[in-house]
Design a protein around this ligand. Sequence first.
Ligand code: ADP
Ligand code: SF4
Length: 697
Amino acid sequence: MPRDPRHDILFEPVRIGPKTLRNRFYQVPHCTGFGSEKPGSQARFRGMKAEGGWAAVCTEEALVSVDSDFWPVVSTRFWDDDDLRNLALMCEEAHRFDSLAGIELTHGGAHARALEARVPAVAPSQLASDYDHFVVPKTMEADDIRRVQADWVRAAKAAREAGFDIVYVYGGHSYLPLQFLSPFYNRRTDAYGGAFENRARFWLETLELVREAIGEDCAIAVRLCVEALGPAGVELEEGLTFIRLADALVDLWDVNVGSITDWSKDSGASRFFSEGYQLEWTGRVREATAKPIVGVGRLTNPDRMAEIVRSGAWDLIGAARPSISDPFLPNKVEEGAYGEIRECIGCNVCVMKAEWGSHIGCTQNATAGEEYRRGWHPERFEPAENADRDVLVVGAGPAGMECAIVLGKRGFRRVHLVDAEDEIGGCMRWIPQLPGLGEWARVVNWRRIQLEKLRNVELIAGERLDADGVRTYGAELVVVATGARWAGDGRTYLTHDPIPGADASLPHVLTPEQVMLEGRLPPGQRVIVYDGEGYFTAAGLAEKLAGEGFAVELVSCLDKIAPVCDETLEGPLLRQHLHDRGIGQRAGVLLTGIEPGRVTATDEFGEAFELEADAVVLVTQRLSNEALYRELRADEDALRSEGVEALYRIGDCVAPRIVAEAIFDGHRLAREIDSENPAVPLPYRRERISLESASIH
Ligand code: ADP
Ligand code: SF4
């Protein structure tokens, strides 16, 4: 299908200072957990997006000074020649595909704990960090200001040497330049504090110095949260005033909203923010500048992108998450392959994985972060050496669907994907029906389209297979992907035992599946949703039931409501949202018994109390549906005599995990199904320094 001519505008080149972008798709800076520590992963991850058509790919925050260290949170550190060499690899990868490479030079100011460097954080004023309350910075003296600016210039020159085309003087989300600009951080009374022009001085001076040093060779970009949507930054009018002040020094305005503490409003989860939501604020930046503007807002729809460019609001379509979910989005638009676009679902699992000691991964794109480590390409699949076999995949949940698709793409003779239910999707049949999670249905939608296209994959819905049915199916390779279910006895990580009286066959005790799939309603009015998991399920059920008129209390044995949602930037907004809907929230409570009409419990100090409740929904832990797998495994002879050569299992059927891991597991098995022992993942490439014993002195 040819591209819709309305989208042609997205493929026009755009000039930024001395550089030209080949089209209007721009991967804005975003975290990966790679930084300069894992140069191979960094280079291949960004390079994949360049190959997929993004005209620019940028690093995450790249810290110019040692006292700006966020370790153990992994950022890019741009301090010495080793960092330069490591990041040069990323530039080479970007240039291989005619894309520009950008580096987001910055300084963390008040927020940097500098655990590795063991130096104090520095900031405009001595005010405890709102990002990390335990950090109280040193007030910067004139020498500190000069030193950081000199570090910035040194880093900018090194960035040019490494091959970067776009160099940032990044300030927002509440990094050092914005800390100077915002009275929330800046209480100085010298030339760098007080009036707006004084507060802008640090940023403007740094821009001037960087421009003087490299402005002929590199484009100078500023990233600015034009509206903090909270205290930690500037309001829109001040944001626009700064843009007017600094405009002559800047080649590209990269604009967004939020702050370091209100990052949840920048990387907004689909639960609360719809596609293009940032335009409400960043759509006004044009009032202040005629220079190129790039904005973000989890855009995946090319019609919307073209409209934005045509309206004159932005020149470039920025993306972090849409480029993670589909590195080939621009190429797919260019080729008119619209149905192939793997749209981001806005779950922020990428944030969870990049920020919390791991490295980036994605629910929709199992290959994200695995480009170097495992050599995976999101669009290329090697023919399997055992492709002449038939494969049976039992269970069409996220893991089974993904596995069947990859097996299909690897050219297997026939892949049979069988599910007991009439609808495919497994747990993703009901999760998107929880309030706010509608966009998560994209997990199934994209896979349904793929399955329909693959002629060697046959989907058989509405057929429950037992062990005999599997053995006699006629497939040589069998993959069990039967998923998991919520425990009906209230066991939690704290007790490892059932709660007395918790039995989901009783009318007043329910599991999530009973509510969502079987349509069971709690008897009476007062419902307790009891959470031992801390992610979206309990909160979602509480909101759903409250919306249906029940008086709902969300009770958790964890010491906070939905703490896992903090990792996906949803937590604070979610707790407020539940509160606004009249849902009671009680954390640190252990249920000790469930009876008709009431529950017994203990509080965080072990004091016993009771709550009145007509029903309890148990969201305590999931259990793998492994009976079928175990029965098959128990009789290897029976498998062999029916011609089954190998039996594997994937996804929640192995151990209940987040959807991203179930999909990854299905993908992994299919990629490695012709390895020596496909049940065990092949080793991945690690990136660490390996020293000879002689070199430690
Ligand atoms: P995962 O997240 O690992 O993919 P899910 O629980 O989402 O797991 O999906 C498991 C799927 O397996 C469900 O759609 C379920 O209907 C299906 N299933 C479970 N047991 C059988 C079986 N014996 N035969 C066919 N399908 C099954
Ligand atoms: Fe989008 Fe979720 Fe993937 Fe992040 S993890 S890119 S939010 S689908």
